[in-house]
Design a binder for this molecule. Structure first.
Ligand code: SER
Length: 635
């Protein structure tokens, strides 16, 4: 069986049980400002798990591409990868435990032929602190499927509870979650490593056990004082495609599955080394295969290597791969060739890779070329720093730390991402002043930003009363657009003068007359309600957790100002009677009350480019006594 066949078998199995197969979403989430990447199959399903009706029905299945940034440094052993495919099936308020677990068991043992003696299962032990009961029902079902009690283990919230945010206390209000039941495959040929604890067990990290399947029973939503039931009980199943394949092969090395064959062959050719010849070579091969596979998919989905956001991860992946290629003695450009092998390996399942091949190759070539020029010199400079900073017995004069300045130099002059310097330093037994580095980076950014700030002032032409009113009206417009057209609407620019406001945003089609009328109506109703306006300071993370809108992450400092129109303690909602109309990251200033604004009239709506629209509106001033009050800070 090949990995492609396994994927197909899974989809066919669930299609035969009434599931509609949906395509994988992009690795870059489209309407989810809370996260940079799609890291699990359920992420694109959040609205439906929360209760919205899915247009395709109540039973869905897919194979979703995923990217998890937190695992970058772990890659190098035989099982960690940053990119993977997650096989998923969902019940949106349809079937539950009694169907899910037997189906899964049937799929693993009958369809894939995995011997049941190699499987162990885990269930939720309950969490009394959060009033969450033990999942005896799942355990019973496993028992009925023939699992002995010794093979059904109970774990607490750390292992057998699933939400995007993790354990119950880490979940923000509104987040869905639930107990889960996991299936592990045991590689009996792997000896337990006591480094990970006295006794081996399914959740031990030594590599003997591999989690291959996770059925989450999404039935709760976090609320202020605990958990409330979701409108419907859902199943969110996720199983790592590559891991299942490793179990089918009974080979604990994921990088031996067929998907990696063309990548490995390419690397063996360009490095003249053999995978398996030594631990050092294996590590380098794995890092390169994983990282360039991920980078290929990321670029195809739009994350070109850069210094910002998602692109920064593509850059980090590529640069780490290039450094390991250096370890293998690869002297020439090679990324492009590995990328071509990735495209080849996924030609059937992800034809978009082949379509974007030209683009991927070009982006990779550019990045590799840039970094190779400085890598060797940078490594020399780094060696000098090591020499300089190594603790010298008997007197440890310098403390064994690479200074912030040195780390920043490596970054600025040689393109070493901080994480790479940290990894190199670790190999030499040194630490890096990471905090100092971030501080230095911030100062550097602040200096370059000052120039930009002078040009923009947040899109305000001046600070006159009329312009400030126009600015608050722009927030009303932004919120109204998202309400009427949908959450895909994102501001891409604005410009406000005393005469008019101009607002650019993403939206695929022209806006109808009815929609425009509805937008105007919402804005003017918000003005009539005379909402108070105020601002608070919070970290960008806090703001995104509260669903505050803000689409210029590259411009934000760590702490931002959030302007609320309405009650700052209540999240903005689509209900026109809601206490809060809008919450947005913004530098200000704004008027203190919306009632001062008068009427807003949309004067023009036009296309600006593909998927980009522009609205011009005029603000007819209400009766106000100059100067208007400015929105105050609220602690
Ligand atoms: N959401 C669960 C996971 O990511 C199952 O899909 O493991």
């Amino acid at each position: 069986m090949t990995t492609a066949e396994l994927r197909q078998k899974y989809l066919d199995f669930f299609a035969a049980r009434g599931h509609i197969i949906v395509p994988s979403s992009s690795l870059l989430p489209e309407n989810d400002p809370t996260t940079l990447f799609t890291g699990s199959g359920m992420q694109p399903m959040i609205p439906y798990l929360l209760g919205e009706t899915h247009p395709k029905g109540k039973r869905l299945a897919d194979s979703q591409k995923c990217f998890r940034t937190q695992d970058i440094e772990e890659v190098g052993d035989n099982r960690h990868t940053t990119f993977f495919e997650m096989l998923g099936n969902w019940s949106l308020g349809d079937y539950f435990k009694r169907e899910q677990l037997p189906w899964l068991f049937e799929f693993l043992t009958k369809e894939l032929g995995i011997p049941r003696e190699r499987l162990w299962v885990t269930c939720f032990e309950g969490d009394p602190a959060h009033n969450l009961p033990k999942d005896t029902e799942s355990a019973k079902i496993w028992e009925n499927l023939g699992f002995s009690k010794e093979r059904i283990l109970f774990y607490g919230s750390k292992n057998n509870w699933w939400s995007r945010a993790g354990e119950p206390e880490k979940m923000p209000s509104g987040e869905p979650g639930g107990p889960d039941s996991e299936v592990f495959y045991e590689f009996t040929q792997v000896q337990h490593d006591p480094k990970f604890g006295d006794k081996c067990h399914p959740n031990c990290d030594c590599g003997r056990f591999l989690e291959i399947a996770n059925s989450v029973f999404m039935e709760y939503r976090k609320v202020a004082d605990g958990f409330a039931p979701l409108p419907r009980k859902n199943v969110d199943f996720g199983g790592g495609l590559e891991r299942m394949m490793a179990a089918v092969l009974d080979n604990p090395d994921i990088f031996r599955i067929d998907i990696f064959d063309p990548l490995r062959a390419t690397l063996e050719r360009v490095s003249r080394k053999k995978y398996g010849q030594s631990e050092e070579v294996n590590k380098a091969f794995r890092v390169i295969m994983d990282h360039l596979r991920a980078a290929t998919f990321l670029i195809a989905d739009g994350a070109h290597p850069s210094n910002k956001e998602q692109g920064y991860f593509t850059r980090r992946l590529m640069r780490r791969a290039i450094r390991y290629a250096h370890v293998l003695g690869i002297k020439d450009q090679f990324c492009e060739e590995v990328a071509r092998s990735v495209v080849e390996a996924y030609r059937g399942a992800y034809p978009n890779l082949a379509e974007s091949q030209g683009l991927i190759v070009e982006a990779m070539k550019k990045e590799e070329d840039k970094f190779r020029k400085t890598l060797i010199r940078g490594l020399k400079v780094f060696e000098g720093m090591v020499e300089h900073n190594s603790p010298r017995p008997p007197l440890n004069l310098r403390g064994g730390v690479i200074s912030a300045k040195d780390a920043f130099d490596l970054y600025q002059s040689y393109g070493f991402p901080l994480e790479m310097t940290q990894e190199l330093a670790r190999e030499k037994g040194l630490a890096v002043d990471g905090e100092g580095f971030l501080e230095a980076q911030k100062q550097h950014q602040a200096i370059s930003r000052q120039g930009v700030a002078r040009k923009f002032h947040g899109g305000l032409a001046d600070q006159s009363d009329k312009t400030i009113m126009g600015h608050t009206a722009t927030h009303l417009l932004h919120a109204a657009l998202r309400r009427v057209l949908g959450d895909h609407v994102k501001q891409s620019g604005s410009n406000i003068t005393p005469e008019r406001l101009r607002f650019d945003f993403t939206h695929p089609t022209a806006i109808t007359k009815t929609e425009l009328a509805e937008i105007e109506k919402l804005i003017n109703a918000a003005i009539a309600r005379d909402y108070p306006v105020s601002w608070q300071e919070m970290t960008v993370d806090e703001a995104y957790k509260k669903n505050v809108i803000g689409f210029f992450p590259e411009r934000y400092d760590e702490v931002v100002k959030v302007y609320s129109i309405g009650d700052p303690d209540q999240a903005a909602s689509a209900d026109p009677q809601a206490p809060t109309f809008s919450q947005e990251i913004c530098g200000g200033p704004h008027v203190a009350r919306t009632g001062i604004i008068g009427q807003v009239r949309v004067a023009k709506e036009e296309a600006l480019g593909v998927g980009l629209r522009r609205i011009k509106a005029v603000v007819e001033p209400g009766s106000f006594n100059s100067p208007v009050d400015i929105a105050p800070r609220r602690e």
